[in-house]
Design a protein around this ligand. Structure first.
Ligand SMILES: Nc1ncnc2c1ncn2[C@@H]1O[C@H](COP(=O)(O)OP(=O)(O)OP(=O)(O)O)[C@@H](O)[C@H]1O
Length: 319
């Protein structure tokens, strides 16, 4: 397989669940040897896309291919390792038994001891999976995705519920596995995680692909901050604020609600300096990270800026 071979392809894929349009004309190609991060907030469509390209569901429209074949065909899936978001492990089986069970489906699996050691589970081999902590279960799920030495690994939010140490252990394992020549597709809510792992990032929101680029290029695009301030509802201050906001090159969107002005700006410092320099009488200044979705929706112009409700602030999303 050459490095340009597509291992996973979605072309103009649409998928509905009742009235919900989960994917709206999505196209994505992942080539052999890539480590791709699929980033997006809850409901963006990431899991749905993975379910189509791994053959768990069918698209309503469009085509999907896995290793050039139909993802629903077991022959296409034999080189795929998958960790779904929810992992139903048989609670009464021991960790080592589950590893053996899964390994038995592959022609050249990793030795049990090696894979357990790799994921920090060597001393859990004789424990029943039902007795594992949430984090240990998560690590075991990823270990099971890799035990058959798949050429493509698809991981849906693999680090959910892991503490910092376990997350870093998992990132290191994925980087190492990728370095051995595998292709990796990993979803996350967190830019920090994708930044640590991926070379290329695909950002989804509202069922569409909002950006697909090298991580550095995407990071440069999401350095957007939300600046909020109040001005007198009418009169000179409001006009001045509008003028200043309109003049600044880094402003990607703005909204006025009564006396409150909300601006999405790539350079919040410059915006505030300009407001002060122009003598705009503002009060109640707030500067905080915009959510990725806000930033991308604003940048792509696909929806009026700053209209979504404030994102739930998290350490990783607030930038
Ligand atoms: N089985 C289903 N039945 C009904 N609606 C669904 C189903 N699966 C997904 N959806 C809807 O489709 C949309 C996309 O969901 P999806 O799970 O693909 O998003 P996601 O990006 O993976 O989100 P999360 O990060 O929360 O896992 C959401 O509006 C979701 O409610």
């Amino acid at each position: 397989m050459t490095s340009s071979t597509a291992v996973l392809e979605a072309e103009h894929v649409t998928r509905r669940f009742g009235a919900t349009l989960a994917l709206d004309d999505v196209s994505l190609t992942v080539r052999a040897g890539e480590l791709v991060g699929l980033l997006g907030p809850n409901g963006a469509g990431k899991t749905t896309l993975l379910s189509l390209v791994t053959g768990l569901r069918r698209p309503d429209l469009g085509t999907v291919r896995l290793f050039g074949g139909d993802p629903r065909d077991p022959a296409s899936r034999v080189r795929l390792g998958l960790t779904p978001q929810e992992t139903g492990l048989p609670a009464t089986l021991r960790v080592g038994e589950v590893v053996d069970l899964v390994a038995g489906h592959y022609p050249d699996p990793m030795p049990r001891g090696e894979v357990l050691e790799w994921f920090g589970l060597a001393d859990q081999a004789r424990r029943q999976t039902g007795a594992l902590s949430g984090g240990q279960r998560r690590r075991l799920a990823v270990a099971l995705a890799l035990v058959g030495r798949p050429r493509l690994v698809v991981l849906d939010e693999p680090t959910t519920g892991l503490d910092v140490e376990a997350r870093h252990l998992l990132w290191a394992a994925l980087r190492e596995y990728h370095a051995s020549g595998a292709t990796v597709l990993v979803t996350s809510h967190y830019l920090e995680e994708i930044e640590a792992l991926a070379q290329r990032v695909v950002v989804m929101g509202g069922g569409v692909v909002l950006a697909d680029d090298a991580i550095a290029a995407v990071l440069a695009r999401v350095q957007v901050r939300r600046v909020g301030f109040s001005v007198a509802a009418d009169g000179r201050a409001a006009g001045d604020a509008g003028d200043v906001v309109g003049r600044l090159p880094g402003v990607v969107g703005s909204r006025r609600d009564g006396d409150r002005v909300e601006v999405l700006a790539s350079d919040a410092d410059a915006l505030v300096r300009a407001l002060v320099a122009d003598g705009v009488a503002f009060t109640g200044l707030e500067v905080r990270g915009a959510s990725l979705e806000e930033a991308f929706l604003a940048l792509t112009g696909s929806t009026p800026a700053v209209t979504s409700p404030p994102p739930r602030p998290t350490e990783e999303m607030a930038r």
